[in-house]
Design a protein around this ligand. Structure first.
Ligand code: 13P
Ligand code: SF4
Length: 303
């Protein structure tokens, strides 16, 4: 903490001067998560809070699609992303043109896109979803089948939870696709009684082995409810560091798969962003309206 303290102090001071709020995803490192964040959460929670937070400036501690989502839902605010190269393998795996092709191939079938996509892709879709609400969103459409893009693993998970037919797309998260069912089996052998929580971006053999499957936010909530003493969270590993600090009574086994994009955000870069009021994330006017419709429809589901 001694290394971080001067940055934390300066950032917290500048936040006041700029009337800025720091929104940090659950995968941000503990120095950011506990040191400077005003709001922490999963993709759905951060999207909801972007619109509500009383600030002129949002510093998005997460990846590019999250900053775009904030801009779409709060266009009057300045959205800073401390490193513009913080991308996402899912968002990079699909373009607006790809969605147009899907619509041509399956006329009349609604398109659900994961929030881990560019604003352009959201603008082409009917509705967005996150891993917190994907099943509810799919079922809210009232159709026999839907196109679900881009994460094939999340799509397969949704298909296992609903009677709606899911037309999949070939996309995956470079962090979660690396976990295997065999790995989970070996945790169970090494730590009998271990409780396994997994993110639905993991392959199906992993999810079959898990005791609980949910978004980062749902996993955190579920952890509060489980009495298990030893747990493993099959997801980006900074999250275990954050959560472990709040659960000293539990022993966390930590498989470490870091998201290289999330890790691009650091305290020095947050400070620089607040000093320079850059880099700023913007979304073209003509894309904003369509993308906002898809996001708003999602936010209405389950209200
Ligand atoms: P959550 O919506 O579960 O926070 O997931 C975001 C993400 O990028 C998972 O890899
Ligand atoms: Fe994208 Fe995967 Fe990183 Fe999440 S963990 S931001 S889905 S690459």
């Amino acid at each position: 903490w001694a290394v971080h303290a001067p940055y934390v102090a300066r950032i917290n001071e500048l936040k006041k001067t700029r009337n800025a709020a720091i929104l940090a995803h659950n995968y941000q490192t503990p120095d950011i998560f506990y040191g400077v964040a005003d709001i922490t959460g999963d993709s759905l929670g951060l999207a909801r809070d972007a619109a509500k937070v009383d600030a002129d400036v949002i510093v998005q501690c997460g990846v590019h699609f999250m900053a775009e989502t904030s801009k779409i839902l709060a266009p009057e605010k300045t959205i800073l992303l401390p490193d513009m190269d913080a991308g996402c393998s899912l968002a990079e795996g699909i373009t607006g043109a790809d969605v147009r092709l899907l619509k041509e191939r399956y006329p009349g079938v609604p398109v659900v896109v994961y929030v881990n996509t560019s604003a352009e892709v959201k603008a082409e879709a009917d509705i967005c979803c996150t891993s917190s609400n994907a099943v509810e969103v799919v079922e809210s459409l009232g159709t026999d089948r839907v196109i679900f893009a881009p994460d094939k693993y999340l799509g397969q998970w949704v298909a296992s939870q609903t009677n709606v037919e899911i037309i999949l797309y070939e996309g995956s998260c470079e962090v979660h696709e690396r976990f295997t069912g065999k790995e989970i089996e070996s945790y169970r052998q090494q730590h009998p009684g271990i409780y396994v929580l997994a993110h639905p971006e993991c392959p199906q053999d992993v999810l079959k082995e898990a005791d609980y499957v949910g978004s980062t936010g749902h996993m955190i909530k579920h952890l509060d409810e489980t009495r298990a003493k030893q747990v493993v969270m099959i997801t980006e590993c900074s999250m275990s560091d954050n959560v472990a600090a709040e659960h000293p009574e539990k022993d966390f086994i930590r498989p470490c798969n870091l998201c290289p994009h999330m890790q691009r955000i650091t305290l020095p870069k947050i400070l620089q962003a607040l000093e320079n009021m850059a880099p700023e994330v913007t979304v073209p006017e003509k894309v904003i309206a369509g993308a906002r419709d898809s996001l708003q429809r999602m936010l209405e589901v389950g209200k």
